[in-house]
Design a protein around this ligand. Structure first.
Ligand code: NAD
Length: 298
């Protein structure tokens, strides 16, 4: 059945996600602080709302797709968004935010008489446009079941990971594996170079041996072995390094808060912050191999 959805945050991800909800037959009332983003969404069939609270008024479900936890919490806690929605409205936050912030957002929504789900995504802008995102959800079973038809209109897979915050937890743990493994693959290629080993030879061995991983076989950081990887187009993203730096920052915060001694997770966060602040600002995250190479030039 068609639902009325309030959609707040119509940027790179939120814009195409809202457009896919319209395509699936839902009524979408959208809002973004940036007039240009709202305009693009309206061209895709989204009805413009005058404010975030206006988008929530009369909605069955409110979806947020915002930059960071502070934006989500500002809306949930301070700006009258929850008060504007009818009791029992389902609030789905798809932004990638801190686990603690996600839990605080859940609490605020529940206190106001609503239902809540954290449902961050992977798949990037191309996944958002194609309706091929993966959602990792945290919250109750009933909330997840109610969200599923909407998630299915925007993605190809949804995993219910557990209670409040579990979706965010899955997201940052996955991306911590990815960040660390990309650095490992980069260091192995740079070591291979200094030992006179060709990229192709290392690839042929590692891709069929125990070194095999997504960073190597799908997003190979050197040009050649995997023709579709960003390395073949001068590291145009792809998955932009600043987004990896953001996700690793969240993972590092969670490691510290949990008192987990993960030297590699913390180091990967540091390295990606450094890379994203420099050459990596507009590059795919696999381009970190160039920083590794540079730092080892004698
Ligand atoms: P974006 O900056 O393009 O979009 C965020 C939008 O939120 C902007 O248009 C901004 O104007 C709007 N906004 C901020 N505060 C607002 C407010 N109070 N009210 C209304 N609108 C507000 O970012 P994005 O790339 O779409 O990413 C959104 C989220 O998705 C982030 O948390 C990001 O980490 C996550 N994510 C992004 C990707 C990706 O490839 N871009 C992939 C996976 C996850």
């Amino acid at each position: 059945t068609p639902l009325t959805v309030g959609f707040i945050g119509l940027g790179h991800m939120g814009g195409p996600m809202a457009a896919n909800l319209v395509k699936a037959g839902h009524r979408v009332r959208g809002y973004d602080l940036v007039a240009e983003s709202l305009k693009t969404a309206v061209a895709a069939g989204v009805e413009p709302a005058a404010s975030a609270a206006d988008a929530a008024a009369g909605a069955d479900v409110v979806i947020t797709m915002l930059p960071a936890g502070r934006h989500v919490l500002a809306l949930y806690q301070d700006e009258g968004l929850l008060a504007a929605a009818a009791p029992g409205t389902l609030f789905i936050d798809c932004s990638t935010i801190d686990v603690a912030d996600a839990r605080a957002a859940h609490e605020a929504a529940v206190e106001a008489g609503h239902l809540a789900l954290d449902a961050p995504v992977s798949g990037g802008v191309t996944g958002a446009e194609a309706g091929a995102l993966t959602f990792m959800a945290g919250g109750g079973e009933a909330e997840f079941t109610r969200a599923e038809p909407l998630l299915a209109a925007m993605g190809k897979k949804s995993v219910h990971c557990g209670g409040p915050g579990a979706g965010q937890a899955a997201k940052i743990c996955n991306n911590m594996i990815l960040g660390i493994s990309m650095i490992a693959v980069g260091e192995a290629f740079v070591l291979g170079e200094s030992l006179g080993l060709s990229h192709q030879a290392l690839f042929d061995v590692a891709s069929t041996s125990s070194g095999q991983c997504w960073a190597l076989t799908s997003n190979c950081p050197v040009p050649g072995p995997v023709p579709a990887s960003p390395a073949n187009r001068d590291y145009r993203p792809g998955f932009a390094a600043p987004l990896m730096a953001k996700d690793l920052g969240l993972a590092a915060d969670a490691l510290r808060a949990s008192g987990i001694g993960s030297a590699f997770g913390i180091e990967a966060a540091k390295r990606y912050a450094e890379y994203a602040a420099g050459a990596g600002a507009a590059e795919d995250f696999s381009g970190i191999i160039r920083m590794i190479r540079q730092q080892n030039e004698r």
